[in-house]
Unconditional design. Structure first.
Length: 530
């Protein structure tokens, strides 16, 4: 390794240290936000034994069970873990990028990942940061310069472990196996390619079920877990489901076109042939397409499947977090085209420019899309001047790349991408910092937890105006048998079940039955039924 390369790796190490401190500093003192998910992952990590978990994220629950030692500050401890995993991901992003792109461009992209909206996931009691780290560890093995059995084993091991962090890793498996086959098949070694894929699959399956059983017993052998199996859905015909899936899928294509116009053009214009620094490495265009496209399709199908099945499930949700851990590959692909120096078809460039412009305008003009800080942090700056300039710059980069490929790629990598990334990051950071002010539900839950003895907390019912408020309260209460009841403010509250003598009520509904108000504040009260 040259002295220049050493300097770049030192710079990446310093970037990781800065990111670690910055995430911890930013997240400190903020309250939980993604209520149903954060409550779920906190509950199965900290409150109940792992073998009773309703989700198959057994490795995540095992690692984050260490947050029990932090007592009521479990969220703060989880954020320390998250920041560490995210910071450790950055050298992996750089390592993959430099296999295809120049070191300065690889560092720039790594820095934008560190400063980008994906860093907001360190604030949540969710497995996104740990999963991000695992995915890039998997990509290091998959895109190795010297493919061999160690890399095949590495790909199988990381996939097996990832499936115990998030179920979504199962959807990476088909693409990964196909890429392992293609890596050997392009040199005529089909049998070796099939053997590599078979070995990786065997390792992934063995590790998934073997470690799952070791961590959670018989429950660890479940592929999807009780919660996903019981997910509420609306009965639809196959035609309706496909129609809705196409509608959602088109929204994702529009969003990706808005954010990654130049990388998409590179793929469409044939620059997936962009060479790596070692000809034995997989073509980055193929890696990107084969891994991301199935995830987008599955995301669209899932969104259509569950839409209308719950208070928060709708077709307007853009679940980019189901695949945005892979979108740095698109940025790397654009940087790789700088190194490739290939020529693109100008007619394709003009056609792509028109298509991307129409797609972008169509997405921005749709009021039905729900752009949330958790689902799609990359779109948070949608209405900011920086984001608008960046998206227009992306279209200009496509037009320029059709005639001058290197200049077009430079415009996107050095101007459009930083503007799009930093404007979204600014918006997500602003949203997170606003969470430092507690809501009434945070305060009420903290008061009840401090006032009641542990055994009394297990006999507490919560009455709230909406589901999201109930999950927020349960997250803070952190009790084993927590449950809430949603009802309007004008409906009377009664003793909801014989084993629940305490009721934490938010709002001012009338209370019926023999009771006494033990605590009362402006927006909540703690009532004990006699």
């Amino acid at each position: 390794m040259s002295s220049t390369s050493h300097r770049w790796f030192i710079a990446v190490g310093l970037l990781g240290a800065f990111t670690l401190v910055a995430c911890i500093w930013r997240d400190a003192g903020t309250f939980a936000h993604v209520m149903a998910d954060e409550r779920t992952y906190s509950y199965y990590s900290r409150v109940i034994p792992i073998e009773h978990a309703a989700l198959p994220s057994f490795l995540y629950f095992f690692v984050f069970s260490a947050t029990r030692s932090c007592g009521e500050d479990g969220l703060a401890c989880a954020r320390l873990f998250n920041a560490l995993f995210f910071a450790l991901s950055l050298p992996l992003v750089f390592l993959v990028a430099r296999r295809y792109a120049a070191e300065w461009a690889s560092f720039l992209i790594t820095a934008l990942v560190a400063l980008g909206p994906a860093a907001s996931y360190t604030a949540y009691f969710m497995p996104e940061a740990m999963y991000f780290f695992g995915v890039w560890l998997f990509l290091v093995a998959l895109t190795s310069r010297s493919p061999g059995w160690p890399n095949v084993v590495g790909a199988g091991v990381t996939l097996g472990l990832l499936s115990l962090v998030k179920l979504h890793a199962l959807f990476l498996l088909p693409g990964a196996l196909l890429l392992l086959v293609l890596r050997e098949a392009r040199e005529g070694r089909w049998q070796r390619g099939l053997g590599s894929a078979s070995i990786a699959l065997a390792i992934a399956v063995t590790l998934r079920f073997g470690l799952g059983f070791a961590l959670a017993g018989a429950a660890g052998l479940s592929i999807v877990g009780p919660q996903y199996s019981a997910h509420e859905v609306v009965a639809r015909t196959l035609a309706e489901l496909l129609s809705l899936s196409l509608r959602v899928g088109w929204a994702h294509v529009q969003a990706i076109a808005l954010l990654f116009a130049l990388p998409l053009f590179v793929i469409l214009a044939g620059a997936s042939r962009a060479p790596s620094s070692d000809e034995r490495s997989l073509g980055l265009g193929w890696v990107t397409v084969i891994l991301i496209v199935p995830l987008v399709l599955i995301t669209a199908l899932f969104t259509a499947h569950v839409s209308g099945g719950g208070e928060l499930e709708s077709l307007g949700r853009i679940h980019m977090r189901y695949y945005n851990f892979l979108t740095p590959l698109l940025s790397i692909l654009a940087a790789a085209s700088l190194k490739a120096g290939g020529q693109f078809n100008s007619r394709r460039g003009v056609a792509a420019l028109i298509a991307f412009a129409l797609a972008s305008i169509g997405f921005v003009g749709r009021s039905t899309f729900q752009v949330s800080v958790c689902d799609c942090p990359e779109l948070q700056g949608l209405n900011s001047s920086g984001f608008i300039i960046g998206s227009v710059g992306g279209l200009l980069a496509v037009a320029l790349a059709a005639f001058k490929p290197r200049e077009g790629a430079l415009l996107w990598v050095c101007v459009a991408l930083p503007l799009l990334t930093l404007s979204a990051s600014q918006a997500t950071t602003k949203d997170l910092l606003a969470r430092k002010t507690p809501t009434t539900f945070d305060v009420g839950a903290k008061v009840a937890r401090a006032f009641l003895a542990p055994e009394e907390l297990e006999r507490l019912e919560v009455v709230v105006p909406a589901d999201v408020d109930g999950f927020r309260v349960l997250f803070t209460l952190n009790n084993r048998t927590g449950r809430f009841h949603v009802q309007a403010d004008d409906q009377p509250v009664t003793q909801l079940s014989p084993d629940r003598e305490w009721v934490l009520i938010f709002g001012r509904p009338p209370v019926e039955g023999r009771h006494r108000v033990v605590l009362e504040a402006n927006e909540f009260s703690l009532v004990r039924f006699e």
